[in-house]
Ligand binder design. Sequence first.
Ligand SMILES: C[S@@+](CC[C@H](N)C(=O)[O-])C[C@H]1O[C@@H](n2cnc3c(N)ncnc32)[C@H](O)[C@@H]1O
Length: 270
Amino acid sequence: MVVSLDDDFNFLVRKISKSSGIVLTGYRDSYLKRRIDLRMKAVGMNNYALYRGLLEKDQHEMKEVINMLTVNVTEFMRDKTPFMFFREELLPDIMERKIQCKSNIVRFWSAACSYGEEPYSIGISSREVLPEDWTVSIYATDIDEKCLKGASQGIYSREQLKNLDPPLVMKYFEPSGEDFKVKNIRKLSIRFQKHDLTSEPPISRHFDAVFCRNVMIYFNESQKIKMLNDFYNALSDDGYLIIGKSETLPVEIRELFAPVSIREKIFKKV
Ligand SMILES: C[S@@+](CC[C@H](N)C(=O)[O-])C[C@H]1O[C@@H](n2cnc3c(N)ncnc32)[C@H](O)[C@@H]1O
């Protein structure tokens, strides 16, 4: 039997998938190869079969490669302008619609929230715009439990807060050693929950906006389409979808979402 390089790679991916519980079939091959190659280079290897052998006996290396596959880079108000648009355009519009239907509850989903900077940014923006007696409920999900644990503690460095205006830092954070801790976390009503966008149905429905930024870039086309259909079903009528600045909607899905701001990558459920 001849074993090709692709077979070795696929065996390796299956091994990682089985150990981590992450369904890797939805990720782009080029992304998986690039990230696994980086890890192999770090341990001085260039052979997928041998690397699989190493993973079988070295739990630490298994953790390292899983970390490498779930890139957690993020910051408060990442890219800044989509969050300004959210605050200045979307929140007033959502508020007006809620008033018309005599509701004072708004619901958001931060899908792939990493260490929590995105859901806290959503919570802070909402508290700044919406009346005090309104309920803002935020679901914040990620596949990575380590991120969710960090997120629920709400402690961030000065660098991570650099996009937040200083008065907001003063208002929503308190010093914690050299870092800053979110004040009164419970008031922001963020529910952190483990959720895999590739294999699980939406966590809930009737969201006024879904933020899913900077994770779709790692998924293949069919995975993107599955996930965007899920978001469509999870949004209320006229709900908003906010994706990452470098991401695009696949053509197959474009009739489900109308652009609100092409520049900020904000769409509305049709
Ligand atoms: C680059 S971060 C993006 C964080 C934030 N949304 C932002 O834009 O700053 C990507 C996040 O996606 C998460 N992720 C990767 N695959 C996922 C999946 N299948 N389901 C849910 N989250 C996933 C990673 O754990 C990571 O925290």
